[in-house]
Design a binder for this molecule. Structure first.
Ligand code: BEZ
Length: 212
């Protein structure tokens, strides 16, 4: 059955451009972003991997490790990484899994046979430090993903986990957030949100972003 939000991300052992990886051990206590690509030496993937490398500091600031995957082999990955470094003016600083036997692709349901029988689609999973899957997105092969949106979702998830708030539609870092509906105790609310809140409706309570 396909993975769903809240499931434990399946563990695996697989080769990569940085050696053999045992996924859960490699993640350690970090958040993780696992994302698949249709193939090496393809234009959209080249830009996505370059972007991810250039966002290294942004991922690190949030305690996130990135790991990519395609079904090509380690030698191919290593050659392609040189191309990415040259053409995208960066240094790829995360592993690319070499999933030739489709072990990980199948575990994470990354091959959609009606789109392509053998290659992975553009899947992406955000995994939290308890190894729970917190976001799943699937993009078509011809559309590169927006990695600023991935960072935005990580910020939102971390705010929810740390401050009991959720983020409204189109929320950007620094905008007001909403107090989660399950939080009802006024004393707890006052303590958690010393800047106060505005109750537009009893279920819609806006408060300044707590970590700003
Ligand atoms: C790619 O660069 O990965 C790609 C481009 C067009 C269609 C499919 C894939």
């Amino acid at each position: 059955m396909a993975l769903r939000l809240g499931d434990i991300a399946p563990d695996f052992e697989q080769d990569s451009s940085e050696g053999r990886i045992r996924f859960h051990a490699w993640l350690g206590d970090s958040w993780g972003v696992l994302f698949s690509h249709p193939a090496d030496y393809t234009p959209v993937c080249t830009t996505e991997l370059g972007l991810t490398a250039r966002l290294k500091d942004e991922f690190a600031r949030r305690g996130v490790k990135a790991i990519a995957l395609s079904v090509d082999n380690v030698d191919s990955h290593r050659g392609w990484i040189q191309d990415i470094n040259e053409t995208q003016s960066t240094q790829v600083n995360f592993p690319i899994l070499a999933d030739g036997d489709r072990k990980v692709s199948q575990l994470y349901d990354m091959i959609h046979p009606n789109a392509n029988e053998t290659l992975t689609v553009r899947s992406l999973f955000i995994i939290d430090p308890k190894k729970k899957v917190r976001l799943i997105i699937t993009y078509p092969a011809s559309t590169g993903r927006n990695f600023n949106e991935i960072l935005r979702v990580i910020d939102s998830l971390q705010l929810t986990d740390n401050h009991s708030v959720a983020t409204p539609g189109n929320w950007q870092d620094g905008d007001d957030v909403v107090i989660v509906p399950s939080l009802k105790d006024e004393a707890v609310i006052r303590e958690k949100f010393p800047k106060g809140y505005q109750a537009v409706r009893p279920y819609l309570r806006l408060t300044p972003q707590p970590n700003k």
